[in-house]
Design a protein around this ligand. Structure first.
Ligand code: SAM
Length: 305
């Protein structure tokens, strides 16, 4: 594949590089803000699952504070520094990371918590949706510790079969919950964003880190929400309808007719998980295994040991 073909197939990927964003995801947050004015009055924000950092770039440029520590970015992966953004490397489903984030906001709560977290997808939809939901619940748990009343929480969700359960859980804490799909998020993806505004926990609610995150058991009956506990949230598409369609290929020369010039990525990942496979491939040590002789095109790349 030529290095320009991705620019052609994915206009947001190309525009991200040309506008200095580290990832095309920047447009998702910008389009969500266009619709919901997420950044209005915000001076302190948390960006969970932040690497490579395009949402943190947007936050550091758009919100009031600007000083170091007004945006706290957290990810499993190392992230190149961004001016004004304090970074924590850790797993948001772990107590130690949650504590570190919460500590930072003690006495000075946040106005906005965003989470664009995605697990490494397995292709097994139920597993992927479950993992995604766990990330979202871990993020919500952290949000309940750091958000000020009236604050806002935005998190990636997979619109799978059990998504109404998540909406119901979110509605317990926020006066408004919507599901939003920015134009830059591909239609072919089940990804969407829960936009939760007006943080308003139930009376007497005490944020609790002793039952955090992944260490809880599921009560199957609890999943069967119906009647008044079943919630159908509004679904909103956002981003100007005249903006680019993320599922279309565009010619390399955009409207203004200027000549196309390749732009390299703004900030390549520091040590991505696929680096080892790339190194092995360069050295010709990435083995190809034929799984079935009946079906020779069904091959799979495996790492040679
Ligand atoms: N919003 C980011 C941006 O604009 O650059 C892109 C986020 S990317 C789609 C998803 C990120 O979630 C990955 O960087 C991954 O490392 C992170 N992630 C997944 N599980 C995590 C976890 N348990 N704790 C912290 N980060 C996690």
């Amino acid at each position: 594949m030529g290095r320009t073909s991705k620019d052609k197939r994915d206009v947001y990927y190309r525009l991200a590089k040309e506008n200095g964003w580290r990832a095309r995801s920047a447009f998702k947050l910008l389009q969500l803000d266009e619709e919901f004015q997420l950044f209005q009055g915000v001076t302190r924000a948390v960006d969970l699952c932040a690497a490579p950092g395009s949402w943190s770039q947007v936050l550091s440029q758009k919100i009031g504070g600007q000083g170091s520590g007004h945006v706290v970015a957290v990810d499993l992966q190392a992230m190149a520094p961004i001016p004004g953004v304090l970074q924590i490397q850790g797993d948001i489903t772990q107590l130690s990371t949650a504590k570190e984030i919460i500590q930072h906001f003690e006495g000075c709560p946040a106005d906005l918590v965003v989470c664009d977290g995605a697990p490494d997808v397995t292709g097994l939809h139920d597993v992927d949706e479950y993992m995604q939901a766990q990330l979202l619940l871990a993020a919500l748990n952290i949000a309940t510790h750091v958000l000020k009343p009236g604050g806002c929480f935005v998190a990636k969700i997979f619109r799978g079969r059990d998504v109404t359960l998540i909406y119901s859980q979110l509605r317990v804490f926020f006066s408004s919950v919507l599901c939003a799909k920015p134009r830059s998020s591909r239609n072919s993806s089940i990804e969407a964003f829960a936009v939760c505004q007006g943080y308003d926990p139930p009376q007497g609610f005490l944020p609790d880190l002793t039952k955090p995150l992944l260490d809880h058991s599921y009560d199957p009956d609890f999943n069967q929400l119906d009647g008044p506990t079943r919630i159908i949230v509004p679904f909103v598409t956002c981003g100007d309808l005249s903006s680019y369609d993320s599922d279309r290929s565009y010619p390399l020369d955009l409207e203004d007719g200027s000549e196309y010039k390749y732009t390299p990525p703004t900030q390549p990942p520091i040590s991505p998980p696929y680096q080892e496979a790339c190194t092995l491939k360069k050295k010709g040590r990435l083995a190809k295994e034929i799984r079935s002789q009946d079906c020779p095109i069904n091959t799979v790349d495996t790492l040679s040991q």
